[in-house]
Design a protein around this ligand. Structure first.
Ligand SMILES: Cc1cc2nc3c(=O)[nH]c(=O)nc-3n(C[C@H](O)[C@H](O)[C@H](O)COP(=O)(O)OP(=O)(O)OC[C@H]3O[C@@H](n4cnc5c(N)ncnc54)[C@H](O)[C@@H]3O)c2cc1C
Length: 386
């Protein structure tokens, strides 16, 4: 079968069956009350889907990124939003690749079973934005502990997580040779930290995404929660981004298919001027174009996955997949909203909800401009602009 999209039907069917238990009304109601789809995430966890990437020796299913991407795609294609839980799938990658054997044995089996949720990763800060090497959150070693002070913003799922991966500066910027040095990664036990040095302030937002401002005031982290070597944390974070970007590309592909399926059905059924609106080429072509672009993005996603699973460099492919998929889902979203006419704006059609949800991926976890800048500099060899 030449197109990998047609493979893995068993995974697609199983995830679709689970998602069928959570129909549109469920997500609509959660969105309306700005809630968290706890029952849905619990069901995915119980079924083991979020432990797909954890090796079997630590209690996961040991699947590749290709299979994991199918799981995320199907969740969004069914009308759900993987943004509520995708962190549980990929945040543990930092621990898996750079943690000690003792740390992996301590944490991974309990993450795999769902007993512990590692849904959060704290990188972004209010005053530095995408310029990550300038982060101001510091961790200072003192008496067998690290003491953390600083602030983070847009840190997702903290209220529904037991653990968080945290990036903090351990050597001041003016004392390192390269600005990417001197940052470290920690595993923060949120159950102990919140209220004892860590304050969490939720950010109400457009997409009903559980995300927060974090304030660190002398938060103490045990020394053994440092992951890997002190000072090398920025590289560890970058290592994990390819998986994150590829999985989010898959979510956008799922969204894209959802929009195309919905608008195709509607355009076949809606009669105006005595014929289905879908009979007009002015309606057909934007839908067909969006479909073409979703399919093309899907192939780039599989290229990124295959390279990742073969342990080959895949930074360019992961970034390109994320950009193509986010653009394609946004194009599909616009066609879907447009051809639903006024009904696209009614909550009961779910188009406006999915429209808001998929818009996020033009900005997070990395904005389109920053992807273009990466391709220009690292793939094409154009001069560095910042
Ligand atoms: C709902 C949501 C959830 C999030 N969850 C997390 C999370 O869990 N953990 C986490 O660490 N972060 C999270 N983020 C943060 C997210 O990764 C950042 O918002 C994103 O990377 C953009 O950074 P910024 O908001 O600081 O934008 P800025 O860096 O301030 O940039 C603003 C705009 O300017 C553009 N820009 C900036 N510099 C350049 C340049 N040199 N050339 C061209 N264009 C440029 C950018 O592309 C962007 O469009 C989340 C964000 C949102 C909205």
């Amino acid at each position: 079968m030449p197109n990998p999209a047609e493979k893995y039907q068993d995974i697609r069917d199983a995830v679709r069956d689970l998602c069928a238990e959570f129909p549109d009304e469920y997500f609509r109601e959660v969105d309306a009350r700005r809630g968290y789809p706890a029952e849905f995430v619990d069901a995915l966890t119980r079924a083991g889907w979020l432990a797909a990437l954890i090796p079997q020796e630590y209690g996961g299913s040991g699947l590749g990124l290709t299979e994991a991407s199918i799981i995320m795609e199907e969740i969004n294609r069914a009308g759900g939003n993987s943004g509520a839980c995708h962190g549980q799938m990929y945040n543990m990658g930092t621990l898996l690749r750079h943690g000690s054997e003792a740390q992996k044995k301590q944490w991974l089996p309990r993450i795999a079973s769902g007993e512990l949720r590692l849904q959060s990763m704290g990188v972004t800060e209010p005053t530095t934005g995408t310029d990550t090497t300038r982060i101001k959150t510091v961790a200072v070693k003192k008496d067998g502990r690290y003491v953390v002070n600083g602030q983070k913003v847009w840190i997702s799922r903290v209220q529904h997580s037991d653990l968080m991966i945290l990036l903090a500066r351990t050597t001041p910027l003016d004392q390192v040779r390269r600005k990417s040095e001197g940052m470290s990664i920690f595993l923060v036990d949120l159950r102990e930290a919140v209220g004892k040095g860590l304050t969490v302030r939720p950010i109400p937002n457009m997409v009903n995404h559980e995300t927060n401002e974090l304030f660190f005031e002398n938060l103490e982290i045990p020394e053994e929660n440092l992951i890997g070597e002190e000072g090398r944390g920025f590289g560890y974070i970058l290592d994990g981004l390819n998986a994150e970007r590829t999985l989010i590309a898959a979510e956008c592909i799922g969204d894209g298919h959802w929009f195309v399926d919905r608008v195709t059905k509607y355009a076949n059924e809606r009669i105006v001027f005595g014929r289905p609106i879908g009979q007009n080429q002015g309606v057909q072509f934007p839908i067909a174009r969006a479909y073409v672009n979703v399919e093309a993005a899907s192939l780039m996603r599989f290229d990124a996955c295959a390279r990742f699973d073969a342990h080959e460099p895949c930074g360019a492919q992961a970034n390109m997949a994320k950009m193509l998929a986010a653009d394609a889902s946004w194009e599909a979203a616009n066609a879907c909203l447009q051809f639903h006419g006024g009904f696209g704006f009614a909550c009961e059609y779910d188009v406006e909800r999915k429209f808001r949800e998929t818009r996020l991926y033009q900005v997070a976890p990395i904005s389109t401009n920053l992807i273009l800048s990466y391709i220009a500099q690292h793939v094409l060899g154009l001069p560095r602009s910042f």
